[in-house]
Design a protein around this ligand. Structure first.
Ligand code: LRH
Ligand code: MN
Length: 392
């Protein structure tokens, strides 16, 4: 597959199989500790969030799943919500537990020294498993905010032992077709120690739990300067990369649009995915966005983010792998780097526009959504009630 044209057709074929999962919370209000800005037309409940997510799928064609966050997306009847999603051509994806807002979890949750608090945190995951059974979701996503702020505040080792015990109980309660996806983050909300601070700690817990425990890589959860694509490669090598939480950042967990702060990093990440043949759905890696649109419009923000993922993926698929391997084998430093940069510097927008046209979509999703009048429509319709999101 050395010639350009066969690489182009293989690229188009792979891109038409790609899917990206959307976070329900990206459609609600969000902000920083300084302020949460609200905008007209923001959804007031999970039904409206799903309707907005369907707009992203309508114009990009590659976002057929919406991830929910519990309790932010609590409803009376989750199977009815799943039907509502189906009516909009979507399915419910990963179910996110929330251990970072309950007052009882001020001093931690699954690692807490008080067995009653750990019980409450474990029971929250039992509730999430019931939501999965009602919505048909297969992935339980667990980000652990637990940590300490001062040296000596607690035993780092005892916390790990308690964590392993709590995770084992959650894992044992999962159905045989459920997967636990465990998310790490190097700091915040704790500032001295974090109990799952890095991929290594997340992987160790997953290996201890069993085959159906995998790691979530949130691109905003690493120390500055971290070679994230190396972690992608290593988790794939272990067969334990379960999902991405895509976003981008300049400083900390900024949750900005993926590819907006560092498009070259996103390309390098997708290069490792493509080289490991992990783009195809059966490879089991869930490509999800985890972002907050604090100042920009939320639906266009999601559409632009999905397009950034598509562009990085297309460039990665265009890498002349044979020429790259030959140059690497020949220790041709500049030659090898050059092969990668040729792909990265390829303008893939015409190819993606053609792909969309071939799928019966408008070649320019941003313009198509803007012209649809949907934003004005919901701004007029969604009057009254409480807008969803932070500060709600
Ligand atoms: C934690 C996190 C996690 C979600 C939350 C909204 O920073 O990345 O994935 O639960 O953001
Ligand atoms: Mn995340």
């Amino acid at each position: 597959m050395n010639d350009q044209s066969s690489r182009q057709s293989a690229t188009t074929a792979a891109l038409s199989e790609q899917t990206v999962e959307l976070p329900s919370w990206a459609f609600g209000n969000s902000g920083t500790r300084f302020r949460v800005f609200t905008t007209e037309g923001v959804p007031r409940d999970p039904y409206e969030k799903i309707a907005d997510a369907a707009q992203v799928h309508k114009y990009t064609g590659i976002t057929p799943r919406v991830s929910l966050h519990i309790p932010w997306d609590l409803v009376d009847d989750f199977s009815d919500l799943a039907r509502h999603a189906d009516d909009h051509g979507l399915t419910i994806g990963m179910i996110n537990a929330n251990l970072f807002q309950d007052a009882d979890f001020r001093l931690s949750s699954l690692t807490h020294s008080d067995e009653r608090i750990r019980r409450k945190a474990i029971d929250h995951h039992m509730q999430c498993l019931d939501v999965m059974r009602a919505t048909g979701s297969k992935e339980l996503k667990l980000w652990l905010p637990d940590g300490t702020n001062y040296a000596g505040q607690d035993s780092l080792r005892a916390r790990q032992d308690r964590l392993a015990e709590s995770l084992a109980e959650i894992y044992a309660a999962m159905d045989s077709d459920h997967t636990l996806v465990l998310e790490y983050k190097f700091f915040e909300p704790a500032f001295y120690s974090t109990d799952i601070p890095d991929w290594g700690t997340a992987l160790l817990h997953c290996l201890a739990l069993g085959e159906r425990a995998t790691v979530v890589l949130d691109t905003g959860h690493h120390a500055p300067g971290t070679n994230i694509e190396f972690i992608v490669m290593q988790l794939l090598r272990q067969g334990r990369l379960g999902a991405f939480d895509f976003n981008s950042r300049f400083y900390a967990d900024d949750d900005l649009m993926v590819g907006s702060a560092d498009p070259f990093q996103l390309f390098r990440i997708m290069h490792e995915i493509v080289q490991a043949d992990a783009l195809k759905p059966e490879a089991g890696v869930n490509f999800m966005l985890d972002q907050c649109h604090n100042i920009e419009e939320k639906i266009p923000g999601q559409i632009r983010s999905v397009m950034n993922v598509q562009e990085a993926t297309a460039k990665a698929l265009l890498v002349d792998s044979e020429a790259l391997t030959a140059a690497q084998q020949a220790q041709d430093v500049l030659g090898a780097h050059g092969v990668l940069m040729d792909a990265y510097n390829t303008d893939v927008r015409p190819m993606l526009a053609e792909l969309r046209a071939g799928q019966g979509l408008d070649p320019d999703p941003m313009a198509a959504f803007a012209a649809s009048g949907y934003a004005a429509e919901v701004a007029a319709a969604r009057v009254g009630g409480t807008q969803a999101g932070w500060g709600a």
